[in-house]
Ligand binder design. Structure first.
Ligand SMILES: Nc1ncnc2c1ncn2[C@@H]1O[C@H](COP(=O)(O)OP(=O)(O)OP(=O)(O)O)[C@@H](O)[C@H]1O
Ligand SMILES: Cc1ncc(CO)c(N)n1
Length: 446
């Protein structure tokens, strides 16, 4: 049975925070999302241009409509905007039993106020006491607790005040804006403190608070214990920030999809490369073209997710000559290739859509044939490699691929080099996916 989570929050037209972030987060956890919109904001990554509050009656009616028909396993609040909406929300949710996560949204990342000054009292009096968990950031926790927060100990004190004096069941003070060496959040719940730590990552932070509280809500809806829901949400938000898409001109948005996109893309890569590898092994004369150092066949995750060696799949132990056949030593694994991986990651900086490659033994004949077939061919000469790059471990291939691409100022199908002392001459075939690489290979050698 699918679980249902409700978000009572404002809309962010930029799709990074608010209702939009919450729905994407719910989806990422396989939970059906329900909404009660409190306010419509005209917003982008840089600023909030307008705020139009929905009438409190309509906010209440949205909640009732979904609870009474569909049912709610857990709910969260985000931007509540004004005192009348706060009162209507409190009165309505009080009628029901579901756990409630309260993200006490006050100010947008861009600096715009999302809660009227005169609504603070209503938030503290009407909503906080209903909360299973309150999720303030540093300045929100300061407003709620009435104390200044400098470090972790202060954050703990504030969390305790929010529980003991304001009446929430739990509070987690988020460390995104605390100047600590890690992103540490402190939870006070059931009279115990718990810390959640993650490294600060460079990335996109518009919508972190919304997505974090929505992730907790989704996991509560799935029946997870609060501490476990927070642990999962912490992993989720760190990943979402790291893989945020660089869009807009201000604070770019969290990528809520990374959580499901990466496993899905990994599966596609396994399947596609695995199928192509089976087909590769059925090519009769391939062993004649296999280099002495072995062959590999690789496929990278989409550009947004292809950051390092671990994001590129290849054949474990390479593909080797075995009599007059070729044989993969292991099977398809992420992180299995070194040389070709460096080549594809460099290639993708120029042409992000080109994600697959395979290497063959160089032969003049193949290069001639490639040109006659209309394939674009370029090369690099290891003897021309600048000394400072030679001195750097692993620098040759990125330099070579860059040199080859810049030489023809176009997207090559093939890049070769004639070797150097102790280096076997090699020919690399590139393509958008393994099937396209295979097609080019067959044109060449069959
Ligand atoms: N650069 C970062 N790297 C890793 N984690 C971060 C980073 N910035 C924030 N976080 C984490 O993201 C979560 C949200 O915290 P944050 O303090 O950013 O919320 P917020 O200020 O309410 O967000 P918003 O601006 O969307 O309202 C917390 O778990 C926090 O530790
Ligand atoms: C609608 C909305 N809710 C919450 C936030 C918090 O960042 C935002 N920027 N916009």
């Amino acid at each position: 049975m699918i679980r249902k989570a409700l978000t009572i929050a404002g809309s962010d037209s930029g799709g990074g925070a608010g209702i939009e972030a919450d729905l994407k987060t719910f989806s990422a956890f396989g939970v059906h999302g329900l909404v009660a919109i409190t306010s419509v904001t005209a917003q982008n990554t840089q600023e909030v241009r307008a705020i139009y509050d929905i009438s409190p009656e309509v906010v209440a009616k949205q909640i009732e409509a979904v609870v009474e028909d569909i049912g709610v396993d857990a709910a969260k609040t985000g931007m509540l905007s004004n005192a009348k909406i706060i009162k209507a929300v409190a009165k309505t949710v009080k009628k029901y039993e579901f756990p409630l996560v309260v993200d006490p949204v006050m100010i947008a990342k861009s600096g715009a106020p999302l809660l009227r000054e005169d609504a603070m009292e209503a938030l503290i009096e009407k909503i906080i006491p209903l909360a299973t968990l309150v999720t303030p950031n540093k300045s929100e926790a300061e407003k709620l607790s009435g104390m200044k927060i400098e470090g972790l100990e202060d954050a703990k004190k504030a969390a305790k005040i929010i529980v003991e004096e304001l009446g929430a069941k739990g509070a987690i003070v988020k460390g995104g804006h605390l100047s600590l060496s890690e992103a540490v959040d402190v939870l006070y719940f059931n009279e115990k403190f718990r810390e959640y730590r993650a490294p600060f990552v460079k990335g996109c932070t518009h919508g972190t608070g919304c997505s974090f509280s929505a992730a907790i809500t989704a996991n509560l809806a799935k029946g997870k214990k609060l501490e476990e829901a927070v642990r999962i949400a912490k992993e989720f938000i760190t990943m979402g920030i790291y893989y945020g898409p660089r869009i807009g001109h201000g604070h770019c948005p969290v990528n809520q999809n990374a959580w499901i996109d990466i496993p899905a893309e990994k599966w596609r890569v396994y399947e596609s490369l695995g199928n192509a590898l089976k087909e590769l092994m059925s090519i009769d004369n391939l062993y004649e073209h296999a280099p002495e150092v072995g062959m590999n066949f690789i496929y990278a995750l989409p550009k947004l997710y292809a950051r390092s060696k671990e994001d590129v799949a290849g054949v474990k132990g390479r593909i080797v000559k075995f009599g007059n056949k070729i044989k993969p030593v292991g099977w398809v694994e992420f992180g299995a290739s070194d040389h070709l991986t460096r080549a594809i990651l460099t290639f993708m900086e120029f042409f992000p859509e080109v994600r697959s490659a395979l290497n063959l033994k160089y032969s003049e004949e193949l290069i001639k044939k490639a040109s006659s077939l209309g394939l674009k061919v370029s090369f690099y000469d290891r003897r021309e490699e600048p000394e400072e790059i030679k001195a750097k471990e692993g620098g040759t291939i990125p330099w070579g691929v860059k040199t080859a691409i810049e030489r023809i100022n176009d997207k090559p199908d093939i890049i070769y080099h004639l070797g150097d002392w102790g280096k076997e001459p090699m020919l690399l075939i590139f393509g958008e996916n393994p099937e396209i690489v295979l097609r080019k290979l067959k044109m060449l050698i069959e």
